[in-house]
Design a protein around this ligand. Structure first.
Ligand code: ATP
Ligand code: MG
Length: 657
């Protein structure tokens, strides 16, 4: 089967960075030149921005691919880099976290205060017998203690496995068992959607009654009081944070650990199947997380107020809430709740309150803001925003334009950042002060990163063509493996282009005539219609470009005439529904619209109007479930769905037609 992907969408808009922005930008064109001249030397320079207890002498050891070692003989302490060194440099009074609780309570935590807290927690961990290499599960709401918990685990050289607070007891149990965690750090509950969502009961359930399951590895549960909800207590096992942490000593000297000391295990979002436990280590990970946060987000730590909306349960929350910004000494907003609670303008209220200058969120959030309408953000002063970022899915040009005009005052550069849990940090993105932006394109590999788009045999497709996205050289924050499953690691990412030694990302992409990269969706989702290979992204972008459509998902369904046929699922905008009582005829209009926008070959055979799309907990569309519906099969594994009811709703809406 050919791996070429046909290209239908034409996007000609271009936006240069404002001159003043470009003049003061952190990331410059010289970075590309330096990295091109000496890639490893370039990364060694970036690594030296960190504090090394023992400087490294070797940059990359790639003698046993695909198992890389970066800065292997160096020693550092990740938490020291995120905390103590800022305090020692005289910046202890700088605010690290501008925390906002969902009900509206708030706290400011300075670097000195966060350092003090983390030292105490580190002492508690040691008292509880946690040593370097031990695993600690973290199952918490978005509160300052969650960040402190991650850093304290890192400080003692242990390994955290953060499990998203919205996951069930079952998912938590699997992750605790997979890692063999000795300690769970949690909270009684946290605020979500206007009420307390309990967490501790799920921990109790996960640890209760193992039946014939693996032996209990968990010795203690450390509990932060946040929700105030009633919880059960197991004496001897459970400890209140507010009892043990303030009582612990605030003296704690950070010990050095090898650069390749494991830092965390984190499970992928589960968009395409069973989540994989990705392992990251210390020196290379922190180097690339900090570097990309500086140059891609154009971070000026003295003046910026940065807000990345990701939950710490996702990799974006690891690299761009906890590690990158704190390593850089940034001041950032940390928000506990959902963006529409208690009112649809909650996010804009927070931006106005704290004067947020850099805002980093996901296309799914942007599309949900669009669905509600621009009159909501218009009520707030968003003029402090000077840079916008997007991550998680391709951002449709229509959403990109809305983002720039409504939130960015028609001027703020947008960085569309492509990366994965596995890559640890951003890999493809514009540098906002350098790159002329194209709506919908992630654009170029960052300095020091080598990306290509290839055919099934690993040959470059060249400019103007689509194919498979690969990473051709090792990078500092690359995954070091899948926890406990080295064979799956090799099989999943390296086997496909074994002879070239390329990392296969699983995404389709296209190079345009300027060499810019356009992500085309998952390779598994590419459709084959009468011999044409069509990407989900372009057809979805065309649909979202119609005034009626808020969100769209496209899948290929078996078809006798064409091999596969395009089937689209569309969520209609509220504003459109209030204007039009009847939606009769819209289906036909949308089919014609796609044909007119991007070509007859892409015209959907079926368009279903639905009220919701199936999404992972991290907000990504799960097309494989829609394919099951489109082909009339029983719906597959739904355990990573945010809302387990959504598939029966959709099935109902499809069959009713
Ligand atoms: P799983 O691997 O378990 O199926 P997942 O791939 O959704 O889950 P993540 O690591 O959270 O887990 O997501 C990485 C994927 O998200 C990328 O492979 C890509 O498909 C998509 N992605 C992330 N950022 C972008 C972006 N800026 N543009 C296009 N796609 C993106
Ligand atoms: Mg993936």
């Amino acid at each position: 089967m050919s791996s070429q992907i046909d290209h239908l969408l034409t996007e000609t808009r271009r936006f240069a960075p404002p001159a003043a922005f470009a003049a003061a930008a952190v990331g410059t064109a010289e970075l590309y030149e330096r990295a091109a001249a000496d890639r490893e030397g370039f990364w060694a320079d970036q690594a030296r921005e960190l504090h090394w207890h023992t400087p490294f002498t070797q940059t990359l050891d790639w003698s046993n691919p695909p198992f890389a070692k970066w800065f292997d003989d160096g020693e550092l302490n990740v938490a020291y880099n995120c905390l103590d060194r800022h305090v020692e440099a005289g910046n202890g009074d700088r605010v690290a976290l501008l925390w906002e609780g969902e009900p509206g309570d708030d706290r400011r935590v300075t670097y000195a205060e966060l350092t003090d807290e983390v030292k105490r927690v580190a002492n508690v961990l040691t008292e509880l017998g946690i040593e370097a290499g031990d695993r600690v599960a973290i199952y918490m709401p978005m509160i300052p203690e969650a960040v402190a918990a991650m850093l304290a685990v890192a400080r003692v050289g242990a390994v955290h496995s953060v499990v998203f607070g919205g996951f069930s007891a079952d998912s938590l149990r699997t992750r605790i068992d997979d890692a063999g965690a000795k300690l769970v750090i949690t909270a009684d509950g946290g605020y979500r959607k206007g009420k307390v969502s309990p967490l501790k009961p799920a921990v109790d359930q996960a640890l209760a009654d193992r039946g014939s399951g693996p032996q209990q590895s968990v010795e203690h549960v450390l509990v932060v009081r946040r929700g105030g909800n009633d919880i059960e207590w197991t004496d001897g096992r459970d400890l209140w944070w507010h009892e043990v942490v303030p009582a612990a000593s605030a003296e704690h000297e950070a010990q050095p650990f090898p650069a390749e000391n494991p830092l965390f295990i984190l499970y992928t979002s589960g968009t395409t199947g069973k989540p994989k436990g990705i392992l990251h280590t210390s020196g290379g990970y922190l180097t690339q997380a900090a570097f990309t946060n500086r140059v891609v987000h154009d971070l000026h730590p003295e003046t910026d107020v940065y807000w990345c909306t990701a939950d710490i349960g996702w990799v974006t929350g690891h690299s761009y809430v906890t590690y990158g910004p704190l390593a850089n000494g940034a001041t950032q907003v940390l928000y506990e709740g959902t963006p529409d609670t208690p009112h649809p303008g909650r996010s804009w209220e927070i931006i106005q309150k704290y004067g947020v200058t850099i805002y980093y969120t996901a296309p799914t959030a942007i599309r949900s803001f669009m669905k509600v309408g621009r009159q909501v953000p218009a009520e707030f002063d968003l003029s402090s925003i000077r840079l916008l970022g997007s991550v998680g899915e391709p951002i449709n040009p229509e959403a990109w334009m809305w983002y720039r005009s409504v939130l960015g005052g028609g001027e703020a550069p947008i960085v569309d950042t492509w990366w994965q849990t596995e890559t640890g940090a951003i890999m493809i993105s514009a540098l906002p002060g350098v790159t002329e932006a194209k709506p919908g394109s992630a654009q170029v590999a960052l300095p020091g990163i080598s990306i290509d788009v290839v055919d099934e045999n690993g040959g470059p497709v060249g400019e103007g063509n689509g194919g498979l996205l690969v990473i051709t050289e090792p990078w500092p924050s690359m995954l070091r493996g899948i926890w406990g499953d080295p064979d799956r690691f090799v099989e999943t990412y390296w086997a496909k282009f074994d002879s070239q030694g390329y990392y296969f990302a699983g995404d389709g992409a296209r190079l345009d005539d300027d060499g810019d990269i356009w992500l085309m969706g998952r390779v598994d989702d590419v459709m084959n219609v009468s011999g044409h290979r069509l990407s989900t992204t372009e057809i979805e972008s065309a649909l979202v470009g119609n005034e009626a459509v808020a969100e769209a998902a496209v899948v290929g369904a078996a078809d006798e005439a064409t091999g596969q046929a395009v089937v689209a699922f569309c969520v209609i905008k509220q504003s459109y529904m209030t204007k039009h009582e009847e939606l009769d005829g819209l289906v036909g209009e949308l089919r014609a619209w796609v044909a007119q926008q991007i070509g007859a070959i892409a015209r959907p055979r079926d368009v279903y109007l639905v009220t919701e799309l199936p999404k992972t907990r991290s907000g990504k569309i799960m097309r494989r479930l829609l394919r099951d519906v489109a082909e009339g099969r029983e719906v597959g594994d739904t355990t990573t769905l945010a809302d387990t009811m959504v598939m029966s709703t959709i099935s109902g809406q499809v069959t009713k037609k």
